[in-house]
Design a protein around this ligand. Sequence first.
Ligand SMILES: *Cc1c(COP(=O)(O)O)cnc(C)c1O
Length: 402
Amino acid sequence: MTSTENYIGKETAFGVNEKGYYGQFGGAYIPEMLYPNVEELQKSYLDIIYSSDFQEEFHGLLKDYVGRPTPLYFANRLSEKYNTNVYLKREDLCHTGAHKVNNTIGQILLAKRLGKHKIVAETGAGQHGVATATVCALMGLECIVYMGEIDIERQAPNVARMKMLGAEVRPATSGSKTLKDATNEALRHWINNPVDTHYIIGSVVGPHPYPDMVARFQSVISAEMRSQLLEKTGKETPDYVVACVGGGSNAAGAFYHFLDEPSVKIIAAEAGGHGINSGLSAATTFLGKPGVLHGSKSILMQTEDGQVVEPHSISAGLDYPGIGPLHAHLWESGRAKFFAITDEESIEAGFELTKLEGIIPAIESAHALGVLKYLEAKPNETVVINLSGRGDKDLATYMKYL
Ligand SMILES: *Cc1c(COP(=O)(O)O)cnc(C)c1O
């Protein structure tokens, strides 16, 4: 295998500019109280994450703790069915069951180097909370996770995991008592504890430099894809790379090292919910408009007067009213093509993968699989699908369709 190290830190024409923007999207729209924290990060993140001791520790943990490189698996029977060549990037085999840990490992190592010994995070379904609590246990750092009161009830197994891992789970009791309220509480906590606390955001969202930083940590996914494709197909690039987009971190990681290769078609799968015209959807690029959410300008689902619309998706990880600014730019510039995959299509795709390959995917990842039938990929073409996570957490939902 060629060294993935060749790709680490590679700049892309679709990367963030010095002001933190991707085209018209991005930036840092934050209350003044947060300037010192965010500026500290903006000034130092690149120097820290590309220092040789950081890279050594980061890649050491990705290898021995997370289990990287994750396999690139040729899905034989799925390929036969769609009459093309489908490879699955197996992020479902990461420790904790999804790609999210790639980012939390990176951010905890950054926090240590900034001299922060407490971590705050917010979580919706609890996946990012678990990934954060995991690395806090690993490093012996104090961990507080804000979670909406309603989500705490809905996601009891993940709440138990976080507690077992030593995190304190604090309920957000205001507003709709879900992710957006947990985010507000976590930000308030950070404002009140700026010196000793680092805020770990779980996707390519939030104020600059978070989207770029998280994309760089997750870009290990496409770095590995390139060397694995070279080994398996004799060519480093596929014809298609496909990923689901909630906030967009697994997609950013899967797309990153292909963004500047015009021959690679970049395909994003959003959660269509009951259908884009049903009123129950999370397909941001189909339904959203430019606006500011969680500290950056992007596309988001909103009413005429700018109130954020409650999204709907069968998968908790895609149930988000916006997308990261990088993806808004990829969409606006036409570099990426977006599909809205409905709840039903994703469940069908999840069962199909299970029956054909013996792999139960997370319902988020099943949205990426749901794109296959629309691609019309040719028999000699190569499609790489990022399998962002495993489906154990979704069994109760799948069972309803058995
Ligand atoms: C959280 C999650 C997602 C959505 O988050 P992104 O930042 O868009 O990647 C997708 N898949 C799985 C398995 C998740 O846990």
